[in-house]
Design a protein around this ligand. Structure first.
Ligand code: AMP
Ligand code: MN
Ligand code: MN
Length: 321
């Protein structure tokens, strides 16, 4: 066992009160990893608080343990852990200014902002990194934990179809099926099923589609969110649909936010392009093929800046004039 692994195991076992949190606008990997680690720690007899400052999206309420998730922490902790979170800002208010004792993540852009940092960029999901190590930490993966872990694998690989889907990830999925996770159900709920308001919100985004200079982009305004009745502050995963449209190097999604900022998502379809490099310019991060940032400013102005920077990165990385 590496020195880091020994230290992590020791901290996990010594802790009594543990806070586990993840990033704002939590996705399937954030939620699934949080639940798997949280339930694993609870099974070791720890007092655990699971906190997501944006709360749990309704579409993940079927996951075992999700009723334990709160929006705020209470009291003191002797161990603070973040999962699937690349930097302090992205953890949002859940940490309450605390530096995490342990950061478990798979983002290449992770700033190693904890005291102990387990960062495995070649893992397809944080859930995959957790699966690698939980047995060595003395955690037995139960069927409840398996549901969260499999949800993380499914959602971060978009249903096992991203280029980084590895044999390891598929073997882990098979192990989770053997443990008792219902893949068809978890897959349907996280990747396929959508609410009626989300579909109407998609409609607004799809009618905004534009294409120029190798970029396809869509815009979701606050007005569209209001009109459709969509309750989230994200793109309802519309980027997964838009990025399937052929004929672009990069796909972009702009989601207007209530606080005067814009949530930007990038997806690269050209393997020569590393969109995390553009996201980093705007204080965001992510992976080579999928990145995001929250950018202060009005919609039109942010769009212009982002499109301009993205054009420049495409040109620099591909040599396309
Ligand atoms: P999204 O565009 O939110 O679907 O995210 C795409 C990828 O970029 C995911 O791996 C996210 O974790 C990451 N990401 C999104 N927003 C940010 C941000 N503000 N800071 C760092 N990483 C981000
Ligand atoms: Mn995530
Ligand atoms: Mn992830």
């Amino acid at each position: 066992m590496s020195a880091l692994q020994t230290q992590i195991r020791k901290r996990l076992h010594e802790a009594r009160r543990v806070l586990v949190t993840s990033h704002v606008r939590p996705d399937g990997d954030a939620i699934g990893s949080l639940l798997a680690l949280g339930l694993g720690l609870a099974n070791l007899g720890k007092e655990v608080q699971l906190v997501l400052s944006d709360g749990l999206p309704a579409s993940f309420k079927h996951l075992p343990g999700s009723d334990l998730i709160r929006e705020k922490s209470e009291g003191d902790f002797d161990l603070v852990v973040t999962v699937d979170c690349s930097d302090l800002k992205r953890a949002g208010p859940a940490l309450g200014g605390r530096k995490p004792d342990l950061v478990i993540d798979h983002h290449a852009t992770n700033e190693a902002f904890g005291n102990l940092n387990l960062i495995e960029p070649e893992a397809v999901a944080t859930a995959s990194a957790l699966m690698r190590h939980m047995p060595a930490w003395g955690m037995v993966i139960t069927p409840q934990m398996a549901a969260g872990l499999l949800t993380g694998l499914i959602t971060d690989t978009l249903g096992f179809r991203t280029p980084n889907t590895t044999p390891e990830c598929l073997r882990q999925a098979a192990d989770l099926l053997e443990t008792g996770a219902e893949m068809h159900d978890l897959y349907y709920r996280s990747m396929i099923r959508r609410t009626f308001p989300a579909a109407r919100y998609w409609g607004a985004g799809l009618s905004s589609l534009q294409k120029a200079d190798g970029i396809i982009w869509a815009t979701l305004t606050l007005e569209a969110r209001r009109d459709s009745g969509y309750g989230g502050n994200d793109d309802a995963d519309l980027i997964n649909i838009v990025s399937a449209i052929e004929g672009s190097d990069v796909t972009l999604m702009f989601v207007e936010q209530k606080n005067g900022s814009v949530k930007v998502s990038w997806r690269a379809s050209n393997p020569q392009v590393d969109v995390s490099q553009v996201a980093l310019q705007f204080g965001g991060g992510g992976h080579k093929a999928a990145a995001g940032a929250e950018v202060d400013g009005g919609l039109a102005e942010v769009q212009e800046r982002i499109l301009d920077a993205t054009r420049r990165v495409i040109k620099g990385q591909t040599g396309i004039p």
